[in-house]
Design a protein. Structure first.
Length: 276
């Protein structure tokens, strides 16, 4: 079974139990003692099964994370391409992806059972991609050629991992060329008559406006913050300050032995007798 089948089954079970509870609250029945015992046993059994569902889902998530290495590598490459994208590098791949997403693979009368099953799985993947946000869908169309992600080339586990991680963390400012190609595809077959594709175009235009508003707000904040203030230069030193800082006579003699002055050190000139 596919992931969508499991989700549908769990949704149906939850709705059936919720409907049963509402009906039981308003039921005008008179169970016997044995029937009360059976009710209790079945309700406990149901509680145990319901408690096991989140545990099973967490175990599934853990197994998927362990086997998601290939998907993480693809996501890493897609994020790098998205961050460095200044123009659409391959219009052909981008356009083929969009047509496949919204039109699905075309069936043929000569398809074998294997090919039909493969196309059915690819069609399901297209529907899942179309359920992504506009930025998530564009990210996929830009990053991965159809030959990489269709049913016969990418495993289900890898596809699930990429689908979970492909969504950008915030609004993406795509190059204007991408929106030009999207608009042009909507004006020609086979997407001209696709109501689903034109809904996507509208959502993509709304996402574009949000991205532009976010970018403008970021620029305004940068301008408002301005450059970091420069340190103010020290004021020039005044003459009075120079005088006040010039040491005065005897100012630094407290810790030194003062030498005698030249007057105190008066030299006695020797006297020579001139008599013969």
């Amino acid at each position: 079974m596919t992931t969508s089948t499991y989700v549908s089954q769990l949704d149906a079970l939850a709705k059936k139990v919720e409907s049963f509870v509402r009906s039981l609250r308003n039921a005008e029945i008179h169970p016997s003692k044995d029937q009360y015992t059976t009710f209790k046993a079945l309700s406990l059994r149901l509680c145990e099964a319901a408690a096991a569902v989140p545990v099973g889902i967490e175990a599934l998530k853990k197994r998927q994370a362990e086997s998601c290495e290939e998907g993480r590598k693809l996501i890493s490459q897609a994020q790098s391409d998205r961050n460095d994208l200044t123009h659409l590098k391959n219009r052909g791949v981008f356009a083929r992806n969009l047509k496949l997403f919204f039109g699905g693979p075309q069936d043929s009368a000569i398809d074998s059972d294997t090919i039909r099953a493969r196309k059915t799985l690819t069609r399901e993947r297209c529907e899942r991609i179309c359920s992504l946000s506009p930025d998530g869908l564009i990210s996929w169309a830009v990053a991965f050629a159809p030959s990489l992600w269709t049913a016969n080339l990418m495993s289900n586990k890898t596809f699930d991992c990429v689908e979970e991680l492909i969504e950008p963390q915030g609004p993406v400012a795509w190059p204007s060329e991408i929106y030009d190609v999207l608009s042009a595809l909507g004006d020609e077959d086979p997407l001209r008559g696709s109501h689903k594709y034109h809904e996507f175009l509208k959502a993509a235009e709304d996402a574009k406006q949000k991205a532009q508003s976010a970018d403008q707000s970021r620029k305004r904040r940068c301008l408002a913050d301005g450059p970091a203030p420069e340190a103010e230069p020290l004021p020039p030193m005044q003459n009075s300050e120079l005088v006040s800082q010039t040491p005065q006579p005897g100012q630094y003699t407290s810790g030194m032995t003062q030498l005698p002055s030249l007057q105190q050190m008066a030299l006695i000139t020797p006297t020579f007798n001139r008599g013969i």
